[in-house]
Design a binder for this molecule. Structure first.
Ligand SMILES: [Zn+2]
Length: 338
């Protein structure tokens, strides 16, 4: 009975795991978050057990017999290898030494006794955006997704599959250098990124970029702005709310972010010439008026040839909170032997 199988997607985050179930006919059996604690700060052993509990939980919620599960898709924040080995230098969500170089995919596979397919969270969300947009035609199209969060994540999808690269580091869009001429004001310092680069996309288009680079500069241009009285990390998170109220300083910051994304997409246009450009993250989890303004600015600064402009679409990463788990599930399904 080939139609009875399912795959499960597990999205591992700093505080929660979110789980979903995808059936053989391509339907997700839940249309909301099904969250359980991720316990990543308690180390790998506890966290792998928490992932197993997350899987059991979503099967229970959906009334799915565990025997129907053919494979599991897992995504976590990076940096990690293409096959789910956490960076040997650790990672924001995986700070303890036990995590360094830990193969979370293999550990979960062993714990569950099921095939586990790994993606980083940006790639998983990009894969979901692609499939949600192109549907049954997904394998005949390409796309690029930029997701603005603490950093700048996302991914490149070609013929319906995530481009991973030799070391699993393809689609690291945040660390692509972009031209700063005309983006920065005269006298504005060149923005620096946590990765060690200056003037890459994440140095501008991320919450970290706001906190470290954009806000400190723009506060010198708008003396007496109320955000100057807030601690820098908190102030950076408040900028979006100000932008929705048309605050001039906040709009300057988001205009620079939109220009950065447009320039990143211009590079993508000349590199893989994708059929769709997706934007996701906090910056578009806003009221429709601000969101449309922001997307419009991104589009305005993406330089496409006439033929490309006719062929390409600009859109949002849909259901962003569920996109990781759903993309992870799609990757697991697509890896099944035919
Ligand atoms: Zn960088």
């Amino acid at each position: 009975m080939p139609d009875t199988w399912v795959v499960v997607g597990l999205d591992n985050g700093g505080t929660s795991n979110n789980a979903t179930v995808l059936d053989a006919s391509g339907n997700f059996l839940v249309d909301r978050l099904v969250e359980t604690p991720s316990r990543v700060l308690e180390g790998p052993e506890v966290a792998v057990e928490a992932l197993a509990a997350s899987l059991a939980g979503v099967l229970e919620v959906t009334g799915t017999d565990p025997a129907r599960v053919r494979a599991v898709g897992l995504d976590t924040p990076g940096p990690a290898s293409a096959t789910g080995v956490i960076s040997s230098k650790g990672a924001t969500n995986f700070p303890q030494p036990e995590w360094w170089g830990f193969d979370i995919r293999a550990a979960l596979e062993e714990r569950l006794g099921l095939p586990v397919v790994y993606n980083n969270d940006g790639n998983a969300a990009a894969l979901y955006a692609h499939h949600a947009h192109f549907g049954a035609d997904a394998s005949r199209h390409s796309s690029v997704s930029a997701i603005v969060g603490t950093g700048l994540g996302g991914g490149v999808v070609e013929s319906g599959k995530v481009v991973k690269g030799a070391a699993g580091m393809a689609g690291e869009l945040g660390h692509v250098h972009i031209p700063m001429h005309g983006l920065l004001e005269d006298g504005q310092p060149v923005p620096a990124c946590n990765c060690g680069f200056s003037a890459d996309a994440e140095s501008v288009a991320s919450l970290t970029g706001i906190a470290n680079n954009l806000l400190p500069y723009w506060l010198t241009r708008f003396e007496g702005h109320p955000l100057a009285d807030e601690p820098p990390g908190k102030a950076a998170k408040l900028v979006r709310g100000y932008a929705e109220q048309d605050d001039p300083l906040a709009l300057k910051i988001f205009e620079q972010q939109a220009i950065a994304l447009g320039r990143l997409f211009t590079i993508a246009a000349n590199f893989t010439d994708p059929g769709a450009y997706f934007v996701g993250g906090g910056v578009v989890e806003t009221g429709p008026r601000f969101r449309e303004w922001f997307l419009g600015k991104v589009r305005e600064h993406t330089v496409l040839r006439e033929e490309q402009a006719r062929a390409a679409r600009f859109s949002l990463v849909p259901d962003l909170d569920m996109a990781g788990a759903r993309g992870a599930a799609i990757a697991a399904r697509d890896a099944l032997p035919r």
